[in-house]
Structure formats: C-alpha cells, structure tokens
Design a protein around this ligand. Sequence first.
Ligand code: SAH
Length: 271
Amino acid sequence: MSGALSVVGLGPGPLKWLTPEAEAALNGADHLIGYQPYLNRITREMSAGERHGSDNRAEIERASHALSLAASGARVAVVSGGDPGIFAMASAVFEALETGPLDWRALPITVLPGITAITAAAARLGAPLGHDFCAISLSTNLKPWSIIAKRLTAAAEADFVIGLYNPVSKARPGDLDHAFDLLRPVRSSDTPVIFAAAIGRPDEAVRFETLKSARGRDADMRTLVLIGSSETRLIDRPQGLEPYLYTPRSYGQYRASSRFPYPSSEAMDDA
Ligand code: SAH
C-alpha cells in the first residue's frame, strides 16, 4: 500500500496564511476532497489533483471515500478551512478509520495544521487570548443544545475568554441570542463582545459590542464571536482609530499585588 492521506488546513482565507507544508501537500495530491467552497480556494496552479467536492454534511462518508482512495494507492488531501483539527475534517477521518476496514490503519495519515479562526481573529484585534480561553461551537448538527448551554454557563463562570464558532445558521436563527442570554447573569454587562467576520478575506468586518448591546443578528456563518473575560479590555485610540483589545497575561490579584506584570521569574516560564 503506497497511498497516503493528509488532512490539510487551509487557514481562514488568504493564501499568505497557508503554510508551505500545506501548499506542498496540495501540490502533490492526486485527489482533493472537501467542502466545495474550500476546494474553490485552491487554484489549478496550486494543485492539479482531481476534485471531489461535497456539501458540509456527510463528513464521515467523505472521510471514508478519502481513506479508500488512499488505500488503493493514491495521494489524497482532505481539506478543511482554518485548522483541520478544530471543528473540522481531521476527527471525521479518524472516526472513519476507527470503524473502517482494518487495513486502512496501515496508511500514513498526516494532519497539517492551519491558522484557526480564533487565533486569526485574536491577532486582528490585538491580544485577547493572552490568558485562558476556550472555543465552543454553537452548531447543533452534531450535539444537543443542552450540552452547549451547560458549557457556555461553565465557561462564563470559570471566567474564560470564549470564542464561538458556527454562531448561527438559517435553521437556528435564535441560538446566538440564547447564548448571550445564558452569559448575561454571569458576566458583567460591559464585557467586550466582538463580531469578527471573514477575517483575512476581502469582506472582513469587525464589530465591537458589549454583552449588553450584543445581538445575534450581527453574526453570520463567517463570524467568530469573541467574548471577553472579566480582565479583557479595550485600549482606546485617537478619534477614528479602532481600539486594541487585549487580555493581560496576569490575572486579578496577581497583577494588583505586583508592581511588575509578572509575580515571579517562574511565571515567565511560559512567556
Ligand atoms: N476548522 C475551522 C473552523 C470550522 S467551523 C477553523 O479552524 O477555523 C466554521 C466556523 O469557523 C465559522 O462558522 C466561523 O465561526 C469560523 N470561521 C472560519 N473562518 C473564519 C474567518 N475567516 N473569520 C472569522 N470566523 C471564521
């Protein structure tokens, strides 16, 4: 069996955010498999591989197809937007592998990381992920709302910065407002809430709100919604300039009790 499968992260959009490793895998692939809009980002110059586009469901079938092509000797690239391991195809590939024919397990499967939406949005805004954070998908295609609600409340109570992926869909227009309603009793009303849409693409749009003013209608499926912790703050800038958003490296009394940003040299270990 000489085939191989790579699961390739395309990043949030622009080619400058595609890693050279991902570029090489696309270039060397006999087959490209993925959600059609992601395949559309790959020009013929980037890859001459045969394209197998699909809609964004049927992930396990798509993954099985990729594995069976690789098992027959082909070099296959399964593509995802952002990072392929975050709410994306890499897990679907391993799920198909676990339940598929045993001979698939001999295949080399390589997951090639990409820039994920939350880090792209954070970089665009400043440094809101400088302290603990979590990522939650609001999609109910693959899990019930009850577990989403439980995680949102727990994340709010634990004072994480929260990144919401898949914040809305046509089928679930009210979910993001429900999410904000769950956070409101736990977090201060002036908590920054940022709608970061299509980051890195020509249609990029960023909107600054607070937990009080945030409305679900301001997000679409291209949007990463970032909700600050109690420490996340804006640095205002001169008239007409967008503020910077950041979360300090030290938390609460650790900052208040020290003249310096770090309480001790050990705290620098992870800098
Ligand atoms: N694997 C992808 C996430 C897939 S889920 C990644 O790592 O980024 C799809 C969701 O990602 C979208 O609904 C949106 O919330 C977010 N997203 C993807 N690209 C984005 C971009 N360029 N700007 C803002 N959010 C984006």
